[in-house]
Design a protein around this ligand. Structure first.
Ligand code: TMP
Length: 398
């Protein structure tokens, strides 16, 4: 097996089994032709990169019905406002700013009515349309060398390129970096944040692994990969989003000062064996333990006659439900706020997705919190459930 970047060898070390598309919520009439692939992961020691061995095409994952809007979470809206504030130091009057994977414009809208020229790249039609409605200039396409070639005003002239939860989705990372290289000005900066390998290993949050997350990055892997393209890490900012993410800040080599935290985090990662296969082998063992514990817990609750529902039909839940083989015999329904998901079924295990009203009317005993990374916001909203002895469970520590 070859790594998609640099064609280095990758060691395949774990399989989560047959898996559908994580965001492939579907109607009953489509059960028979549902798409599955083998969710296997490997590690390339040369660039310390954890990646999927196989994945669906980007067009299968990011299409006109992509059911995720960044703005669906109040917490994420506030997060993106802070993110926008923190990057202003890299911009000057009339700077150009591009966001890769701009979704409904939640991040870029913070720059509307400023003197910054903003541009979003968003392949999913429904979310790009939302952004356009907000007056955000959006190219409804994938970010790639081919798709930036006409942007004459932006080539070699973009001071900042940002992304969040998007770079790990793009299979051809080499092409992405080359496109970034073509766009950035001499002192330009590339910033992106993604679920962090260190947090995933620490929490055994294996649900970060699904079709869209082709790579799970660490500072070590980012440093090694970008070094090959004459970029270097100048700063790192750990984030609490998505159960633990890392914001990577990169510039052309020698163009900007390097924050001392970069060395500290790289050293910490070495101690955690994030640069080699040992940490992956431990993770695999922990996933198997977690799966057995979760099945035991759910079977125990069912044997006591408890009614269990799922709370929030997240993309991550697809890995948990299919890896642990949890279907409607355990979980009656999953409630969610997203209109595109309600009335459909969960990928693979076919649990009905219902509106929040169903949750309030049915009053289940137990709620499996699939959106565990939004627990503060959700616990705050659902005080009634908790006060009425509703029990929250998850495969990770809540
Ligand atoms: P994601 O983890 O794949 O981004 O999906 C998050 C899902 O969680 C999305 O479908 C919306 C849903 N959600 C709720 O239903 N209620 C909530 O309070 C929050 C924060 C999210």
């Amino acid at each position: 097996m070859k790594c998609k970047i640099l064609k280095t060898e990758i060691n395949s070390f774990m399989s989560f089994g047959k898996m559908p598309i994580a965001n492939g919520f579907l109607k009953e009439e489509n059960f028979d032709n549902e798409f599955f692939f083998n969710l296997d992961i490997g590690f390339s020691e040369k660039i310390s990169l954890l990646q999927l061995n196989d994945h669906p095409t980007p067009e299968q994952m990011f299409n006109k019905n992509y059911p995720f809007y960044t703005g669906s979470s109040e917490f994420m809206k506030a997060h993106f406002a802070n993110y926008a504030d923190s990057v202003k130091k890299y911009l000057k009057t009339n700077s150009r700013l591009i966001e890769i994977g701009s979704n409904d414009g939640t991040f870029l809208k913070n720059f509307i009515n400023s003197n910054i020229n903003i541009l979003g790249f968003e392949p999913t039609e429904n979310t790009a349309l939302e952004a356009k409605k907000r007056g955000i200039k959006t190219i409804n396409n994938f970010f790639s060398q081919k798709n930036i070639s006409d942007l004459k005003d932006f080539l070699n002239n973009t001071d900042l390129i940002c992304g969040a939860n998007v770079i790990c989705h793009i299979p051809d990372l080499t092409d992405t970096i080359k496109a970034v290289d073509k766009l950035l000005s001499k002192k330009g900066v590339f910033i992106f944040e993604e679920p962090y390998l260190g947090s995933m290993f620490k929490k055994t949050s294996y649900d970060q692994i699904y079709d869209e997350h082709i790579f799970i990055f660490s500072a070590t892997s980012i440093q090694k990969i970008f070094n090959l393209f004459d970029f270097e890490l100048i700063d790192l900012i750990p984030q609490i989003t998505h159960g633990g993410s890392m914001r990577y800040i990169l510039a052309r080599k020698g163009q900007r000062n390097i924050n001392s935290i970069v060395k500290k985090i790289l050293d910490d990662e070495k101690k955690m064996n994030l640069d080699n296969l040992q940490s992956c082998i431990n993770f695999k063992k922990n996933c198997e333990i977690s799966k057995n514990n979760l099945k035991g817990k759910i079977e125990n609750l069912k044997s006591k006659g408890k009614r269990i529902c799922g709370y929030a039909a997240t993309s991550k839940s697809t890995t948990v439900l299919n890896y642990c083989k949890i279907g409607t015999e355990f979980i009656e329904f999953i409630c969610d706020t997203t209109k595109e998901k309600i009335g459909k079924y969960s990928p693979g295990m076919h649990i009905p997705i219902v509106s929040m009203n169903h949750f309030y009317e049915q009053k289940p005993d137990v709620a499996f919190l699939f959106a565990w990374n939004h627990k503060e916001e959700i616990f705050n909203k659902e005080k009634n459930f908790t006060e009425n002895k509703g029990e929250w469970i998850s495969h990770v520590k809540l």
